[in-house]
Design a protein around this ligand. Structure first.
Ligand code: ADP
Length: 681
């Protein structure tokens, strides 16, 4: 409109016209006023800026001839069309400028009405190409990073990259090259080219390699390429192109490759702005690829760690089982030797042998236990037991061991504890024994005190706190958490000085926590240690009596009883047999469950001692068949199981078997005797 500006001549009408011209020139949207024939009457400055036509060039021309693209002629907008939309039409569409370049615009077209008659219409255009482009770029980035996260295989993300980039550029000459520094070669996970075909090429003097060295994006036109070739920086592989646009893929400051577009016809195919956008997308792609590689690494590391853990567990389990069998034999034989009135000088050796055997067995059982807990295969018994009797047992064992180290030992009950509780006494014993053994081991002077207190009582439930306090070497504060982890000790020379594996506390913690309890320690070097844990127990309804652990000092009551021993291990049988015969029992021996069933059909027995692990037919299967027998005298026969550990994998099966009792191997003669006596017919 600048060129058609009217001079201000002082008259009122012209004055308003100048104001109007000024106003529409100041508006930042392109505006055209069009008469009823579709011819342009006035345009503003922004129209010139956007479409390239001066006012002179535009005035009196058909607006459709000027800016409506050829392929859109059918979409011409007439005053009638505008009228049909209540004289105001809004749409997002495309127009072209003087040079034919397509521009995405938002268009508002209105009719100018005088006395309800259309006298002209107004077009207001806003350039939204950039907005549109940004939207597309966002979409591209989103799709590429989603693909990078979701694709199982990194290779599968390259087709997505190409498909996405094709939304803004022509990808018929496009490639992604990954650079391998070690072999100085380029692999091409994606390569599309009108003229050439490559899959893997030595990087040497390619443009790609040159761009890798440059570490930034480049736009090279014919002349640039020629110059580079003349200076020896590159030597062309394949057909020379007119323009080359490439961006590096940089992950973790390392260049992992290059993405590039080429064109063989038009050296102006790509602009610096394209390079900027391409570089931005390239960075995001590199991040997506990098993230994908990282995730793959983490997944792989996780898988390896799992495999390693599983094989470690398997190894420990197998080893422990393997060691346990001969160990049971050694301990069994030692027990026998002790029974046989050895000479005074032999007694010491045999006792040491038994002590070491038992110690080794505890270690092996610890490892097995820990593995079981790690793999979550542990169940807790809910059986009724007498707390007083339980504590007396602990007292007996540890006061003796403390005395031999000249340490005080006491158990203090701080308030009224329930006489009987429901819980897993074997596990409780295991926790306390671990803590007490540590206390004994790490204390040279003073003593060990156990304190027990009920801290809360609800109807059928009692929370009981157990404290084990010693006056030993103590533990530095920064080690308090660590010592509860498996295979860790407070100091690296602990094993040298005191022995141990670092499993005890880890087991305690697991055992306490699996029963929803808590364990912690308060300790300082040289000031002793206090371990504390709280467990909750059920309280039985009063009335029914607990099975008292009444001890029978003599071994009488089994004389003349008939016991069938099903045990495949000869030495175990040998040991058991010695004791049984000593107690006056008539023993019959079979080597597996199948033979046991056969002999039961022919002879009567008062009880079966059944090993659970046997070849041909194990004790579990045999007991199941016995319990289903049609003959009442077979069905009701008491079965006492011999098992290597309470946690053996068959524990859950034992529960359903109505086995009357079990004796842990290596059996203590008193334990074996009492369990037989308690259950025999
Ligand atoms: P282990 O005793 O077999 O080494 P634990 O898991 O039972 O394994 O104990 C881990 C470590 O915690 C011990 O090696 C020791 O350093 C420290 N510790 C445990 N109990 C005590 C204690 N009562 N006094 C001092 N240090 C202890």
């Amino acid at each position: 409109m600048t060129e058609t500006k009217l001079k201000y001549d002082g008259d009122q009408g012209s004055r308003e016209k100048v104001f109007l011209e000024h106003l529409i020139d100041s508006i930042p949207e392109a505006i055209a006023i069009i008469d009823n024939d579709g011819k342009i009457v006035i345009i503003n400055r922004e129209f010139t800026d956007l479409f390239g036509y001066t006012a002179q060039e535009a005035t009196n021309r058909l607006i459709d001839d000027l800016i409506l693209p050829e392929e859109m002629k059918s979409e011409s907008i007439s005053p009638e069309i505008i009228a049909a939309e209540k004289h105001k039409l809004t749409r997002q569409t495309t127009r072209s400028d003087k040079y034919g370049k397509r521009i995405q615009v938002s268009l508002i077209a209105t009719n100018v009405l005088i006395n309800d008659k259309v006298v002209a219409s107004l077009g207001i255009y806003r350039d939204i190409s950039q907005e549109k482009k940004n939207e597309i770029i966002q979409e591209i980035l989103y799709n590429i990073s989603t693909a990078a996260l979701n694709q199982m295989d990194i290779k599968d993300i390259y087709p997505t990259i190409v498909q996405e980039l094709s939304k803004i550029w022509d990808t018929s000459n496009f490639f992604i090259a990954l650079y391998d520094r070690k072999t100085d070669s380029l692999s091409l996970p994606f390569f599309s080219d009108e003229k050439d075909k490559f899959e893997k090429v030595p990087a040497r003097k390619t443009i790609t390699k040159w761009a890798i060295g440059l570490k930034k994006s480049v736009l090279l036109k014919v002349n640039d390429l020629k110059n580079l070739e003349n200076s020896g920086d590159i030597s062309m592989v394949g057909t020379p192109c007119k323009v080359w646009m490439g961006v590096p893929l940089i992950a973790d400051k390392e260049i992992i490759g290059v993405m590039a577009f080429q064109d063989y016809h038009d050296e102006d195919k790509f602009s610096q702005e394209d390079v900027n956008v391409f570089e931005f997308i390239g960075n995001q792609i590199a991040i997506a690829i990098q993230r994908r590689i990282m995730i793959d690494n983490v997944i792989q590391a996780g898988r390896k760690a799992e495999e390693a853990a599983a094989s470690k567990q398997q190894f420990m389990s197998t080893m422990s089982h393997e060691i346990r069998t001969p160990l049971n034999e050694v301990i069994g034989i030692t027990n026998l030797l002790l029974q046989g009135n050895p000479r005074e000088d032999q007694m010491d050796f045999i006792k040491t042998l038994r002590f070491s055997g038992n110690h080794l067995l505890t270690l092996v059982n610890d490892v097995l236990d820990y593995n079981k807990m790690e793999s979550g295969k542990i169940e807790f018994e809910q059986a009724r037991f007498n707390l007083d009797a339980f504590l007396k047992d602990i007292m007996r064992t540890y006061s003796f061991r403390s005395k031999s180290k000249n340490l005080e030992f006491d158990i203090i009950k701080e308030n009224d504890l329930p006489a009987e509780v429901i819980g897993d006494s074997i596990r409780l014993n295991q926790i306390l024994s671990n803590l007490l053994s540590n206390a004994l081991k790490f204390t040279q002077r003073g003593g060990i005190h156990v304190m027990i207190k009920e801290i809360e009582r609800k109807k059928n439930n009692s929370s009981i706190e157990f404290i084990v306090r010693d006056t030993g070497i103590g533990i530095p504060k920064d080690k308090h958490e660590m010592i509860f982890e498996s295979f860790t000790q407070a100091s690296t020379d602990t094993t040298r000085h005191f022995g141990g594996t670092g499993l005890g506390l880890a087991i305690c913690k697991k055992l306490v926590e699996l029963q929803n309890g808590k364990i912690d320690v308060v300790s300082e070097p040289d000031r002793g240690s206090t371990f504390r844990f709280v467990l909750s127990f059920g309280i039985p309804e009063s009335g029914s009596k607990v099975e008292a652990g009444e001890s029978n000092e003599s071994y009488s009551g089994l004389e003349g009883k008939r016991i069938l021993v099903a045990e495949d291990n000869r030495i175990n049988f040998f040991v058991a047999n010695k004791f049984l015969i000593g107690w006056g029992v008539r023993v019959t021996h079979v080597e597996n469950g199948k033979l046991a069933l056969e002999i039961l059909e022919k002879e009567n027995f008062d009880l079966i001692l059944m090993d659970l692990h046997m070849p041909v037919m194990d004790g579990i299967e045999a007991t199941r068949i016995i319990r289903e027998s049609e003959k009442p005298e077979i069905r009701s026969i008491p079965v006492v199981a011999l098992t290597a550990a309470i946690m053996s994998e068959s524990h859950d099966k034992i529960e359903n078997l109505s086995i009357n009792d079990y004796v842990l191997k290596p059996f203590k003669p008193r334990d074996l005797f009492e369990k037989i006596l308690r259950n025999i017919k």
